[in-house]
Ligand binder design. Structure first.
Ligand code: GDP
Ligand code: MG
Length: 164
């Protein structure tokens, strides 16, 4: 069985952009419109040098204030956590910590899945300064990436697979 990596976070943090980069496909919709990906999407990723394949799961996102379709989206995201071997909790390095991030953090703390805090959109920013804001979520060292540019992405996946 391939290891399963779930991408979780509030809408618009870059989960689908990361999914596309990892799977090199256009299977996950990427748009400025928050919440476009309603369901879980599965793709296969591969580490070029290690010949290690894995499954990556994109989710719709969690806003912390769920009703109707948002509620379904959040439910899908939490199911993805349950199915995963490891969770990448994605936050937006440009937006700072948001109440929805705190809520997701609390959920992940209670679930017994290993997870990593990933700070996206660090392109053009000093990653050390950006991640400093996110220490207060209490998850230790946040991992800076830029999904749309690829910064840090390979290192992140290598580390995650190594520690599984
Ligand atoms: P999702 O809702 O979490 O799946 O977020 P998307 O992948 O749809 O991305 C939301 C927006 O953020 C889009 O406009 C992306 O182009 C943008 N975005 C994603 N990753 C990055 C990044 O690394 N840097 C910057 N500057 N923008 C990004
Ligand atoms: Mg998406």
């Amino acid at each position: 069985m391939l290891p399963v990596i779930a991408l979780v976070g509030r809408p618009n943090v870059g989960k689908s952009t990361l999914f596309n980069r990892l799977t090199r496909s256009r299977d996950a919709l990427v748009a400025d419109l928050p919440g476009l990906t309603r369901d879980r999407k599965y793709g296969e990723g591969r580490l070029a040098n290690e010949e290690q394949d894995y499954i990556v799961v994109d989710t719709g996102g969690i806003t912390g204030d769920e009703q109707g379709i948002d509620y379904e989206m959040a439910k899908q995201s939490l199911q993805a956590v349950d199915e995963a071997d490891v969770v990448l909790f994605i936050v937006d390095g440009r937006a700072g910590i948001n109440p929805a991030d705190e809520m997701i953090a609390n959920y992940l703390r209670r679930s017994e899945k290993p997870f990593y805090l990933v700070v996206n959109k660090t392109d053009g920013l000093n990653p050390d300064i950006v991640v400093a804001d996110f220490y207060e979520l209490g998850f230790g060292q946040p991992f800076p990436i830029a999904a749309s540019h690829g910064r840090g992405v390979t290192q992140l996946i290598e580390m995650v697979l190594e520690e599984l």
